[in-house]
Every structure is written in structure tokens, then in C-alpha cells.
Design a protein around this ligand. Structure first.
Ligand code: ATP
Ligand code: MG
Length: 387
């Protein structure tokens, strides 16, 4: 029997006329994610995607690759059966004989109405054979084993387990964004959430080298590598930020406002880079009230530094939920390592929690804003990370 990977992606079927567009991107992303020697063909199949696996395909490896493809609702390792009821019954009986279970049900779905039996007839007739030939018992509610038969065009699939995919939309279907990435827990999760909504995410990190070590930049690179599994290829932009921090600290500016000013500079620099990289929005890992710089007042004061939309996918999330997601996607262990973030430098003991736009703008007249931004952008390093 031909082994296949059967992929369902129901959310995209809601997209009407755009559906072929989403399907084409998903189809491409699946091919890019799978090991080359694991499959022979990857075909669209009436609202599903069918991947024919090779003998060499390692199920564990295929599973871990396919779980990183955004836009997949669920997937199954299935067998492609003969298009003939008595033959397919024998194939199913043969496969089930190797499994341990006491109770079962058959769940047939028929997208092709030309098949001589309807779903209910398949359920009943195949079910009866499993009872008589294998001595198993029917149980419709929570059986030990669910024998699923799916008839799609001239293909008939048989599978038992349905595994959850990443969900969301395929990366590349929603445009490009620029995500401000530190090595904390939050911004990697925020970046991932945008990927899962179909965005291609360019990553922007501000570093304070040589005041902070190269190891802290290495942590960020490790995080980008993990995130790259979800979009296959990433651009990491690293911008020097130390000069700006030193200048703000040396100027006649209230200490409490430093973090808000750092963030406003980050937004302005990000805006400039977003233009170069053709990104339509900025993304941050802010979560309301989590730290002093993330009060509503400060978020307003920071946002006013740019006219670009700033997306904050974690704004209403609790820290423990964010860490749960970070653990699931694989960034938590890296974020948990002690690191020196550029913004933990020169941070006052009592940061302002109610900054105003007017106050921030007044402080900024005391430094050469335009020059500082231009120098930072000029010092940017760009690297491509692929898997
Ligand atoms: P995170 O866990 O993402 O570091 P945080 O809870 O530490 O977030 P802040 O340090 O206030 O919060 O940062 C808020 C957001 O600003 C971050 O989520 C990130 O998007 C951005 N940011 C902070 N520091 C940097 C940096 N060094 N480079 C790029 N973006 C940064
Ligand atoms: Mg941080």
C-alpha cells in the first residue's frame, strides 16, 4: 500500500476567490519543509494536499517538519487504498490486524459521490467485517480506534490517527512585517504569532556591543534559527544601539524617561528599515502592564514616534501563557539563559510609568536625533539564515 501524508487545511477554505492563492503558497511551503528524500510527489487533492511518501521516509522526521508548516489544520499518515470496495476492505483488515484494540468505529467520508457505496454503507459493511473477521466490538462514542476512510476523487485514504497542525495561514500569504526581536521570552513568541497569521517576518535586533557580549547576540541568532523552521528563510538585521544609549544618558534628560526614549529611537530606526525592506508594519512583544515600559501611557508615548502601524500580538496575554507558547515552539530554553539585553543597560531604578508624548519630544530636542538614527541605520548588519 502506498503510504501518504494527508493534509487538511480548513481555515483557508473560508477565503473564497483567494483560495487558489493560499493553496499554492501552502503547497510550496510543504515541499520546502519536507526532507527531499521523504516524498515523491506533493499534490493538491480536492481541498486537501496529498504527499506520497517514499520507503525511506522517517515518520518522526516528517512529523516534526510538517508541524512547522503554518496553515495546516491537521494531518495524518494514511494509506492509499484500491478504488474497489472488496479490495480495500481486505487492505484495511490486513492493516488493522497488526494493531491492538478492543473497540472501534468506522468513520467514512465521501467527497466523490460516484463511489458505489455511500458513507453510511461503508461504515456498516466495513464495520461488520471488522467484527466478524477480527472479533472486535463497535463503540461509537470514544472507541479505542477510529478507522477513518476518506474518498476524494479517485483516491481512497485510510488512517487512524489525526494529528494537529500548526493552524493559521501559510507564511507568505499575508505580507511582510518587521519584528523587533530581543532574546527575552516575548518577542520570539510575537514573531511566531505573526508567521502563523501568514506573514513573512524580518527580524530586527538592537545590540549594545561591545558593552554587551557577543554571546548575547549569539542567543538572538539561535532564536532566529528556531523561528526559521516556521518560515524556512529569515533575514536578521542587527543594529548598533550603544551610541544612542550613551548619548541619552549623557544628555540633560530625566533618568526615568530613558527607556521610553530608547524605545522611541528603536521605532524610528525600525520605520526607516521597514521602508528599505518593504515591510508594512512593525511588531513588538509588548504585553500590557508587564513591565514599567509597557504601561498604556508609555505605549502611547512610544507609538507616537512613528506613523507606522505597530502590531502587538501579545498585548492581552499573561506571562505564563507566553512561556507555554515559547516552550512549544522551542525558543524558551534559549530565552531562559541569562542574557544582557541592550535595554537592561543604563536603566534607572525608577523608570517613568506615565511618560507623555510632549515630555518625550522635549527631551529629544537635546540630542541629535536625526544623526543618531542615520548612524545606527548605517551600522546595520544583514544576514540571511536558512534551514
Ligand atoms: P521581550 O521578552 O521580548 O524581551 P520584555 O518583556 O523584556 O520583552 P521590553 O524589554 O520592554 O519587554 O521590550 C518590549 C519589546 O521591545 C520587546 O518585546 C521587543 O519587541 C522590543 N525590544 C526590546 N529590546 C529589544 C532589542 N534589544 N532589540 C529589538 N527589539 C527589542
Ligand atoms: Mg526584553
Amino acid at each position: 500500500m502506498q503510504k501518504v501524508l494527508l493534509i487538511h487545511y480548513h481555515e483557508m477554505s473560508l477565503k473564497g476567490a483567494n483560495r487558489p492563492f493560499f493553496e499554492r503558497i501552502l503547497h510550496n511551503n510543504i515541499k520546502k519543509a519536507l526532507p527531499k528524500d521523504a516524498y515523491t510527489t506533493c499534490e493538491m487533492c480536492y481541498g486537501r494536499i496529498m504527499v506520497r511518501l517514499t520507503e525511506r521516509a522517517d515518520e518522526e522526521e516528517v512529523r516534526s517538519c510538517i508541524r512547522t508548516v503554518c496553515g495546516i489544520a491537521n494531518f495524518s499518515f494514511a494509506s492509499l487504498l484500491a478504488y474497489d470496495f472488496s479490495l480495500l476492505c481486505e487492505e484495511v483488515l490486513g492493516a488493522l490486524a497488526a494493531r491492538e484494540f478492543t473497540t472501534f468505529r468506522v468513520t467514512a467520508r465521501r467527497a466523490d459521490k460516484q463511489f458505489p457505496l455511500n458513507s453510511q454503507e461503508i461504515n456498516e459493511q466495513l464495520g461488520a467485517l471488522i467484527v466478524t473477521r477480527l472479533g472486535k466490538r463497535v463503540k461509537l462514542e470514544s472507541p479505542d480506534l477510529n478507522c477513518r476512510i476518506e474518498i476524494v476523487g479517485k483516491n481512497i485514504f485510510f488512517y487512524v490517527e489525526k494529528e494537529k497542525g500548526c493552524g493559521g495561514l501559510p507564511v507568505g500569504s499575508s505580507g511582510k512585517v518587521l519584528s523587533l526581536l530581543s532574546s527575552g521570552f516575548d518577542s520570539p513568541v510575537a514573531s511566531w504569532k505573526m508567521m502563523r497569521r501568514g506573514c513573512e517576518v524580518i527580524l530586527l535586533h538592537f545590540h549594545s556591543y561591545p558593552h554587551t557580549s557577543q554571546a548575547s547576540q549569539e542567543n538572538v541568532r539561535e532564536i532566529v534559527k528556531v523561528l526559521t523552521k516556521f518560515q524556512h528563510r529569515s533575514i536578521l538585521l542587527s543594529v548598533p544601539f550603544l551610541e544612542i544609549q550613551k548619548t541619552i544618558c549623557a544628555a540633560d534628560i530625566p533618568e526615568g524617561l530613558r527607556v521610553v526614549l530608547y524605545r522611541r529611537f528603536m521605532m524610528r530606526i525600525a520605520e526607516r528599515i521597514a521602508g528599505q525592506e518593504e515591510c508594512k508594519a512593525l511588531v513588538t512583544g509588548d504585553s500590557l502592564g508587564q513591565v514599567a515600559s509597557q504601561t498604556l501611557e508609555n505605549i502611547v508615548a512610544i507609538s507616537s514616534a512613528t506613523a507606522m502601524p505597530i502590531l502587538r500580538p501579545l498585548i492581552g496575554e499573561n506571562k505564563d501563557d507566553i512561556i507555554t507558547t515559547a516552550t512549544a515552539i522551542g525558543t524558551a530554553t534559549i530565552s531562559a539563559q541569562p542574557y544582557e539585553d541592550c535595554c537592561s543597560l543604563f536603566v534607572p531604578e525608577h523608570p517613568e510609568t506615565r511618560a507623555t508624548v510632549a515630555e518625550a519630544e522635549r527631551c529629544e530636542t537635546k540630542v541629535e536625533t536625526e544623526k543618531l538614527i542615520a548612524d545606527a541605520v548605517a551600522g546595520m548588519m544583514r544576514e540571511e539564515i536558512t534551514i
